[in-house]
Design a protein. Structure first.
Lengths: 177, 101
């Protein structure tokens, strides 16, 4: 998984032994402090609601590792909750992330999305979602921003592209092996 | 003329078996599983991975409109309902009903 926005670039490689959890490595470049962080990441599906025509999820996402810039290396850790609900036509999600790396960086971020599918594709088709993402950074002056984006996926590949109205490009890619 | 007819007859005997050959078809038994939570193509890829590990399975078809998974079994093969439920659960979904042909 590759994720890029105005605040960070990150690479995630995960393995899911079961549908309940995944474990992997997350590398991120934090643009603000110009620092890198490498963490052992654990995502846990705390609860899933499987309904006849919808699904909702609650995840706990945590990681432990190190953060470093040219001068310092600090222990790093993060945790947060992520929840979503979707059916074939509508999508909504919210997640937060508390990140701590001592002097290198600390933040609490919130992200919410709403989305709609302009058409309902069949299994194997290219699927399209139009979404609006809202970000709130509890520690920043310009703490709230909006990013309209488009999500496309086909088979095991998912791609997202958007433009943050204040700051810049959002570009994400996920491949399921 | 006689040679022409004999030649045609010989060619007929030569190629007739190819046309008369019945295409071999694998007779498969479809099992239809009604599944809760089946709304996302990207997420449903997990079903293919789980079912592909079973040698009894030719393949599956996921229908997001009807929220159903159709299982094509190899000739002479079967999978118990309990195994199907476990595989669907392992993929992150719940079984509502299993329908056999």
């Amino acid at each position: 998984m590759l994720m890029n926005d105005v605040d960070a670039n990150s690479l995630h490689v995960h393995y899911s032994p079961t549908a309940k959890y995944s474990v992997g490595w997350r590398h991120e470049y934090l643009r603000g402090p110009e620092a890198h962080a490498d963490t052992l990441a654990l995502n846990y599906l705390a609860k899933r609601w499987n309904m006849p025509a919808a699904q909702a999820n609650l995840y706990i996402k945590s990681g432990l590792g190190v953060a470093y810039d040219g001068d310092n290396t600090d222990p790093a850790a993060y945790t947060g909750l992520a929840t979503d609900w979707e059916n074939r036509r509508f999508f909504t999600s919210y997640e937060n992330r508390l990140f701590w790396a001592d002097d290198t960086d600390k933040f609490i971020k919130h992200k919410a999305r709403v989305g709609v599918a302009p058409y309902e594709g069949d299994y194997g088709d290219v699927h399209t979602w139009v979404m609006l993402q809202a970000d709130y950074d509890a520690g920043q002056d310009d703490s709230f921003s909006l990013t309209p984006l488009v999500r496309l996926f086909k088979g095991p590949d998912l791609f997202e592209a958007g433009y943050n109205l204040d700051k810049g490009i959002l570009l994400n890619y996920v491949h399921r092996f | 003329m006689r040679k022409f007819i004999l030649t045609l007859t010989a060619l007929g005997f030569l190629y007739a078996p190819a046309y008369a050959k019945t295409p071999t078809e694998t007779i498969t038994q479809d099992i239809i599983v009604k599944v809760n939570g089946l709304v996302c193509d990207f997420c449903a890829r997990a079903l293919e991975k789980v079912f592909s590990k079973r040698e009894e399975v030719n393949g599956i078809h996921v229908d997001l409109d009807t929220h159903q998974v159709s299982i094509d079994l190899k000739e002479g093969s079967d999978i118990p309902d309990e195994d199907i439920k476990n595989m669907i659960n392992d993929s992150g979904y719940n079984v509502r009903e299993i329908i056999r042909d």
